[in-house]
Ligand binder design. Structure first.
Ligand code: ADP
Ligand code: MG
Length: 484
């Protein structure tokens, strides 16, 4: 019995056993053919989309039932219309979709395993309930990164671009409130600031079980305080923070521009500092470059030690990736590591996603990790990054910064402020996306030459005015971190 026979018998069965009328058979099943039969799926084709959708909505269960009678086992039924892409292309597309779903499943499964395998004491220490029972009190903000157990000094790979930061962090952990207070770490996203804060936390907790250590993200500090003010629990809030022996505030730039929050933080800061407690802060930029940071906070921060983390060079990237791979229990050939090092540059965080993807691919194919897997993973990162920065996001962002409505930015009016917001948006689009002058023009209903002159104008202004240049650079940075 070949595919043709099976198809004929199925259609006969539809007519006899499911009482389909002659008319229905003629209308919907005249050109049905069984193209491929695999152990789990029967692929039928028909000659137009309407037939396909009618069969799918009304008759697919009958088809399955009859096929089971004929074949003796269950199969899925897939209907393909030859009106669309070629049959093979459609099958490929479907298989790809299936593979993506499968990949997701595997990734989730592996992730779940990681959570259970890799969570020794650190996660437990951070559990609020547990930590109450321990002599060393550690409070943390709500949004903990996933792989916290691995954020130790041992797991931090040191190279030229981060060795000062590492050494300062280590000294502070060894001798809190003596070497550097406050310690201010800054650097672009994904270069290891949070990793170092966790390492410090862990190290101090081990050395001084009696200490109360508070790690909090700038964002969570803000939200917590807002809640406390709303619930009239600000005394408790204050109490909690002022009892710290060590306070680590991650991503301090998030409290900038918010008066009440900075005010409260200032008092906390003074209270801790005066009683000789260690304070450690991080940011994506220098204190002097955090716009709208209260002057008195800025001058406090500048009094301590400020250390930067620079992007790692190729050698360090490869070393870090190797360490990460080991932590994930993966064995990666050197040429593949080199390839990853050459292609994942600005943000170390991306390596984790890439490794997971590679691991899932290898798992599905039951193969060793190879270059192909790395290429797929890198490609995914690049597409995700490019897709993350869209004209919409840029315009919304410029609108927030300038107070000019998005409709005005893309609209016709030409007051100085509106024109400026428009030119800045155009500049950012050219700087941050791969869009051509033409396509950028379309976003603003302008032609190619308007885009060229807007970009030129902004560049000239940046050359002339260094504070304008700094503002634009900040905007570029902000937008880039959306893509990370
Ligand atoms: P940041 O807080 O600066 O944005 P993170 O500390 O979250 O960056 O680091 C992002 C990821 O990169 C983390 O998984 C971290 O462990 C890893 N990472 C960054 N630098 C290093 C390093 N030198 N050695 C090992 N891992 C690193
Ligand atoms: Mg961080």
């Amino acid at each position: 019995m070949n595919e043709k026979d099976i198809c004929r018998i199925v259609v006969e069965k539809l007519e006899k056993e499911h009482d389909l009328t002659d008319m229905a058979i003629k209308l919907w099943f005249d050109n049905l053919s069984l193209e491929r039969l695999t152990p789990d799926t029967a692929y039928f084709s028909t000659d137009n989309d309407l037939k396909k959708s009618i069969i799918e909505s009304k008759y697919i269960d009958f088809l399955k039932e009859d096929l089971k009678d004929i074949l003796g086992f269950d199969v899925n039924v897939v209907i393909i219309s030859s009106e669309g892409n070629s049959f093979d292309a459609q099958i490929k597309e479907m298989e790809k979709k299936k593979e993506t779903e499968q990949l997701k499943e595997v990734a989730e499964k592996l992730e779940a395993e990681d959570q259970t395998v890799n969570n020794p004491d650190f996660v437990r220490v951070y559990d609020e309930e547990e930590s109450k029972k321990m002599s060393s009190k550690i409070f943390v903000s709500r949004s903990l990164p996933n792989y916290s157990p691995e954020y130790t000094f041992d797991n931090f790979v040191v190279g030229r671009s981060n060795d000062i930061a590492y050494n300062m962090a280590y000294s502070v952990a060894e001798r809190p409130a003596t070497v550097a207070n406050p310690l201010f770490l800054y650097g672009s996203p994904g270069l290891g600031k949070t990793h170092l804060l966790y390492a410090i936390t862990r190290e101090i907790a081990t050395r001084h079980p009696e200490f109360t250590i508070i790690y909090v993200k700038g964002e969570d500090f803000t939200n917590e305080l807002i809640e406390a003010l709303a619930n009239k629990t600000s005394i408790m809030f204050r109490e909690k923070y002022r009892n710290a022996d060590v306070l680590l505030l991650d991503d301090i730039q998030f409290i900038a521009g918010k008066e009440a929050i900075q005010e409260e933080f200032f008092h906390t800061y003074e209270a801790l500092f005066e009683s000789g407690k260690q304070i450690i802060l991080t940011s994506d930029r220098l204190p002097k470059d955090i716009k709208s940071l209260a002057e008195r906070l800025r001058s406090r921060f500048e009094h301590g030690i400020i250390v930067d983390i620079q992007p790692p060079d190729l050698e360090l990237r490869v070393a870090i990736f190797k360490r990460k791979a080991q932590a994930f229990g993966m064995n990666i050939p050197n040429d593949v590591l080199m390839y990853l090092g050459e292609n994942i540059k600005d943000n170390i965080r991306q390596i984790e996603g890439a490794l997971k993807k590679m691991r899932a691919l290898a798992y599905i194919q039951n193969a060793d990790i190879c270059m192909e897997h790395a290429k797929t993973a890198v490609n995914d990162i690049l597409t995700a990054k490019a897709a993350a920065i869209t004209p919409d996001k840029i315009i919304t962002y410029v609108s927030q910064k300038t107070g000019i409505a998005p409709e005005e930015i893309v609209g016709k009016r030409k007051t100085n402020e509106i024109a400026m917001a428009r030119q800045v948006s155009i500049y950012l689009l050219r700087e941050l996306t791969d869009m051509s002058y033409e396509n950028v023009g379309k976003v603003f209903n302008r032609d190619h030459s308007t885009v060229v002159s807007a970009v030129k104008k902004i560049k000239e202004m940046m050359d002339k005015d260094s504070s304008f240049e700094a503002q634009i650079d900040d905007m570029v940075k902000d937008m880039r971190s959306i893509g990370d």
